[in-house]
Design a protein around this ligand. Structure first.
Ligand SMILES: C[S@@+](CC[C@H](N)C(=O)[O-])C[C@H]1O[C@@H](n2cnc3c(N)ncnc32)[C@H](O)[C@@H]1O
Length: 267
């Protein structure tokens, strides 16, 4: 059956999740759930499925092959213009929602929005929030706009480089999943990331350090800056926040127990 053959092809190309990826691709072509595949597989038009199998075999991320990806309660359009939203970033959203509890009509800024994942999930789960999302990549912002329109969620999108300044505050929360891969680590990453995801979304060129300083100018006193970090960099980032004058600096682990979310309050 086609799922087996697709899985075998993907496995030959070194994809560890070959079977589930094959199921996702075939289920997507049939517009059914993965659990319905068993009964429906004989109806598959191979010509429709196989180009997707070949794209995945070339190590294109599954999210780009499918053209959409789930993030919290949302299905986001996904393609190489923006980073594929990660499960650990859902923990960032969770922490933001906790911090916004009790704040009415909060103003929120998402810096480096990519697909719009964080901004859109926050708006979706806090309908009273006024959310602004910034990105320096016109491509990423166009993708975020498609997601804003498709989901019908009111998020203001701003094209701009955080190094030129942030949109005017005051904000009740600033959040970011900044690029945090060192340039010399790029070659060692999986091909899905290294060869397909936008370099500007991956490589740390000092954006986080600038953001830590710039966020102080747009946050309301006592309001949090929430950052996603690589687990090995979280402790150092927490020290940077404390050194920059943020109070109540804290690290929250993600669902896998890894130190991923770093926050501090503007004092
Ligand atoms: C790691 S991705 C995060 C995307 C999305 N927030 C998420 O979590 O899936 C970082 C994003 O920051 C943007 N970015 C990189 N440098 C930037 C800068 N100097 N100013 C504004 N955005 C920047 C990239 O274009 C990219 O979309």
């Amino acid at each position: 059956m086609i799922v087996e053959r697709a899985a075998a092809t993907l496995a030959e190309h070194g994809i560890e999740t070959a079977r589930t990826d094959a199921e996702w691709i075939v289920a997507h072509a049939l517009d059914v759930s993965r659990s319905d595949l068993v009964t429906l597989c004989h109806e598959v038009d191979e010509a429709e499925v196989w180009p997707s199998v070949e794209r995945r075999a070339a190590r294109e991320p599954l999210a780009y092959v499918l053209g959409e990806w789930g993030f919290r309660r949302l299905m986001l359009r996904c393609d190489p213009r923006g980073l594929v939203p990660r499960p650990e970033t859902e923990s960032v959203v969770e922490r933001c929602l906790e911090l916004l509890r009790g704040v009415e009509g909060p103003r929120v800024l998402d810096v480096g929005t990519g697909t719009g994942a964080i901004a859109l999930a926050l708006k979706d789960e806090r309908l009273d929030a006024r959310v602004v999302a910034l990105d320096a990549s016109a491509d990423a912002l166009a993708l975020a706009r498609e997601n804003v329109e498709r989901l019908g969620l009111d998020v203001e999108l701003v094209l701009g480089d955080l190094r030129d300044g942030l949109p005017p505050g005051p904000f009740d929360l600033v959040v970011s999943n900044p690029p945090y891969v060192r340039a010399d680590e790029l070659d060692a990453l999986e091909p899905e990331v290294r060869d397909w995801e936008p370099r500007a979304a991956l490589v740390d060129e000092g954006q986080t350090a600038v953001l830590v300083r710039a966020a102080r100018d747009v946050l309301r006193p006592g309001a949090p800056l929430v950052l996603e970090a690589h687990e090995e960099q979280a402790a150092a980032l927490a020290r940077d926040l404390a050194a920059a004058g943020y109070a109540a600096v804290r690290i929250t682990p993600d669902l896998a127990g890894r130190d991923r979310v770093v926050e501090g309050l503007k004092s």
